[in-house]
Design a protein around this ligand. Structure first.
Ligand code: SF4
Length: 489
């Protein structure tokens, strides 16, 4: 999971890119980068948070009314500074590119690019593969000045070769800015307009919240398999180049996206309320006696409020989060994850003592975090601890860009909810059904007919995920985890 922003503006875009990246920092806290263009490219990338990488000096140096920004959470590759996006090639024209997603035939394409096209890829970042495949396709058009048809054809070439999920923003020097979503539209991508000059400014972003914060309106989705191209004169061209069923990632609504964002026209906040309402129906069937509903902050808050309302129970924010500690989900080593829960969450003991507590979380992944939270609540003297997850059991690796790619890591793999409850030390675990998760999203946009739900049901929408590939990706992840661990020691 990463965040991407591209702006074609009327004055220096650095400030907007910086503000926009801050608003999607939750999509990746590992590294960030910005490249701007004013006749030449200006680059700044590094490891860490947006506010730490960019300084007032960056504002003076990153000049240009065009730019791309990225905030990264590593999927393929480790967390090295040189793997930070955006990436750049100098031919044809000079192209910069950033993406959100994961290329699953990355190794094969990297090899092919070297052997067939004599292009050496110098990082472990899969956007470099997309960028070079695109550059090869674009160069084969042999155009002096690009027309939309050249760009559409080059992206068609990318679609034919690059497998996986990718929402891409790119700028071709003096030719125009483009954005495209993979044929299944797994990862989100939106664009908007701002009237701030003789011609409007345009911006692309992973989440609508970034466009809101930068003052862009008339927000639209880039469709699955669609290319949006703004040419030299800023005329907007759109073409649906691939025609596969749009299958957006269900986890965006569960956890990744900010509640104030719209993903494929579905407001994340309203969707989480609906998830709470639907989960309350499942909880009611269990006939549990509950004294208090407590969310695991922050993502579970909206659903938990709705569960408490629907079940007519008190709602208490009795786990207090220290916001200055990184996401435990992202921390690689198990012992780190464990101790980080204790540093991150502190209980208000009086809200738990002698009570039957219903904890609500967005999901249960490996179970370590959930187990640590249950332990914490028991230590406060809770009589019973029930654990409700407003997403279904996670059982299969995500190959599309989320770091939960090792099958053996899932606590729900080959386990019933009661077995999961025993593993995390809860008295009962109640999951959302997959049917209800889809229903909640469709309540915001009934037109979405397909989803990527692969981490729940093992059905990969791109259809080209082999057992061999899963093994390779798992091995790759393990190496990346180990490398990250070394960096963190
Ligand atoms: S496998 Fe899960 S997390 Fe990955 S893209 Fe699909 S729904 Fe999203």
């Amino acid at each position: 999971m990463c965040g991407v922003i591209g702006i074609l503006g009327n004055s220096d875009v650095f400030k907007d890119l910086y503000q926009g990246l801050l608003s999607i920092q939750h999509r990746g806290q590992d590294s960030a980068g910005i490249i701007t263009y004013d006749g030449r490219f200006h680059t700044k990338k590094g490891n860490g948070l947006v506010r730490d990488i960019f300084t007032p000096e960056s504002a003076g140096r990153l000049r240009g009314r065009v730019g791309i920004g990225h905030t990264r959470y590593p999927t393929i590759g480790g967390g090295r500074g040189e793997d930070a996006q955006p990436f750049q090639v100098n031919s044809p024209f000079g192209i910069i590119m950033a993406h959100n997603g994961n290329v699953i035939n990355y190794k094969e394409l990297k090899k092919e690019l070297f052997e067939k096209h004599h292009r050496l890829l110098d990082s472990d970042n899969d956007v470099e593969v997309i960028l070079n495949v695109f550059a090869v396709e674009l160069a084969s058009e042999r155009a002096r000045d690009l027309e939309p048809r050249h760009v559409f054809k080059a992206v068609d070439g990318v679609y034919r070769k690059v497998k996986g999920s990718y929402s891409v923003v790119a700028y071709i020097a003096e030719q125009g800015m483009l954005a495209f979503r993979d044929p299944y539209g797994i990862k989100p991508l939106v664009f908007g307009i701002r009237a701030d000059g003789l011609q409007p400014s345009y911006a692309f972003a992973s989440e609508s919240v970034a466009l809101n914060i930068m003052g862009f309106s008339q927000i639209e989705n880039v469709a699955a398999g669609e290319v949006v191209f703004l040419d030299r004169s800023r005329t907007l061209h759109r073409k649906k180049v691939a025609d596969c069923p749009h299958s957006p990632c269900l986890f965006e609504w569960v956890y990744f996206a900010r509640p104030d964002s719209f993903i494929d026209n579905v407001n994340v906040y309203l969707c989480r309320l609906e998830l709470g309402r639907l989960l309350a129906e499942e909880i009611r069937k269990e006939n549990l006696k509950v004294d208090v509903v407590v969310p695991v902050p922050d993502s579970a808050r909206d659903a938990a409020i709705e569960i408490a309302r629907a079940l007519n129970l008190p709602y208490r924010e009795a786990l207090v989060k220290n916001r200055y500690i990184g996401r435990t989900f992202i921390m690689p080593a198990e012992d780190k994850r464990k101790s980080s829960v204790r540093q991150k969450l502190n209980p208000i003991t009086s809200e738990f003592k002698g009570k039957k507590v219903l904890l609500v979380d967005d999901s249960i992944v490996r179970g370590n975090t959930s187990r640590a939270i249950v332990e914490l609540v028991r230590e406060c003297g809770a009589e019973k601890v029930y654990f409700a997850s407003y997403s279904p059991p996670l059982r299969f690796p995500c190959v599309y860009g989320i770091d939960m790619q090792t099958r053996t890591e899932f606590v729900a793999r080959n386990a019933t909810p009661d077995q999961v409850a025993r593993k995390i030390g809860a008295d009962k675990v109640i999951y959302q059904t997959l049917e209800n998760l889809k229903k909640a999203v469709r309540s915001g946009n009934p037109k979405i007919s397909h989803f990527c739900a692969a981490c729940f049901d093992g059905v990969y929408p791109t259809g080209d995920v082999t057992a061999e590939m899963l093994k390779e990706i798992e091995a790759e992840r393990k190496t990346a985890h180990d490398a990250q661990l070394e960096l963190n020691i």
